[in-house]
Ligand binder design. Structure first.
Ligand code: MG
Length: 294
């Protein structure tokens, strides 16, 4: 059996007629309001308990409604709870933070648009060799002064609900890892700022205060991110089903697929398709509310 969770964006309510229409089609046993975790300003959320419909029926009904009426939905097995997970693995660029850091690095040398075009294609899955796409982008950064890293760090912001998700996961006993095809220079600062348990990311090569246009081998690609999740599970002595992963790009697909709950945050179409939960309107803390205890 499954519950269907509906969540409206911050400070908004779910359209009661839309909810009534969904309930008429999916015939849940009960409607349960979900509360806001912490003091964030989330919108209204409901759990439609034990819906009498299979995943195919839900997928045929919900995506179009959710897009039109601006809410998020997730169909989750009954009894799935946050505290039964042991590990949370987060992507960095465009998931935990609101930028693609490599695109921002290109702004110093007028390369931002060329780099961003490659990033966009890679994240949509149109370039299947992530390592090669990263090397192409890095080559465009050769000679960039190291000081630009600090400037990008100053502009970077956490996405809404990021801190609530991390704090909530840690409170429930989960370890939180950052697995990024971006760079340790940023990831390790975020690790210290947010008290994360570990980081897996690429190391920028910097000589005499300038980027060489290379990263140290091996490049962290989608398979390496998946491996970081599996290694975390081995270390904790848990099954990958007890790990959840959150990401937005095609290089997140392997780790989302290996996890027990794959979440797309403002994900590219292929990532939303593959994920167990897609967040397009609510913040990252929407994961917490969807997994609130029964
Ligand atoms: Mg990303």
């Amino acid at each position: 059996m499954h519950h269907l969770v509906l969540q409206a964006p911050a400070d908004a309510r779910l359209d009661s007629e839309v909810v009534a229409g969904i309930a008429a089609r999916l015939r849940p046993r009960a409607l349960q309001p979900l509360r806001c975790a912490g003091d964030s300003c989330c919108g209204e959320a409901l759990r439609l308990r034990e819906v009498a419909a299979d995943a195919a029926q839900v997928r045929a009904l919900l995506p179009a409604l959710a897009q039109r009426h601006r809410f998020d939905w997730a169909l989750l097995p009954c009894g799935m709870r946050l505290r039964d997970f042991r590990l949370l693995v987060l992507d960095m660029d465009s998931t935990l933070v609101d930028v693609e850091t490599i695109d921002e690095l290109g702004s110093a040398t007028g390369m931002k648009e060329r780099i961003a075009a490659i990033t966009e294609a890679a994240m949509r899955g149109e370039i299947t060799d992530y390592a090669q796409s990263l090397r192409r982008r890095l080559a465009l950064l050769a000679g960039t002064p190291e000081s630009i890293l600090e400037q990008v760090w100053q502009r970077m912001r956490l996405n809404p609900g990021a801190r609530e998700l991390i704090d909530g996961a840690k409170s429930a006993g989960l370890e939180v890892l950052l697995a990024s095809g971006g760079f340790t220079w940023f990831a390790e600062r975020l690790q210290r700022q947010l008290g994360l348990h570990g980081v897996c990311a690429n190391v920028l090569d910097i000589v005499d205060g300038r980027l060489t246009g290379h990263a140290l081998d091996p490049i962290v690609d989608g398979q390496a991110k998946r491996q970081a999740l599996l290694d975390g599970c081995s270390r904790l002595g848990c099954s990958p089903r007890q790990a959840m992963a959150v990401g937005d790009g095609a290089n997140d697909l392997p780790m989302l697929g290996a996890s027990g709950l794959g979440v797309a945050y403002r994900g590219k179409p292929a990532v939303q398709q593959a994920a167990d939960m897609a967040l397009n309107h609510v913040g990252l803390d929407g994961v917490l509310r969807a997994l609130e205890d029964d």
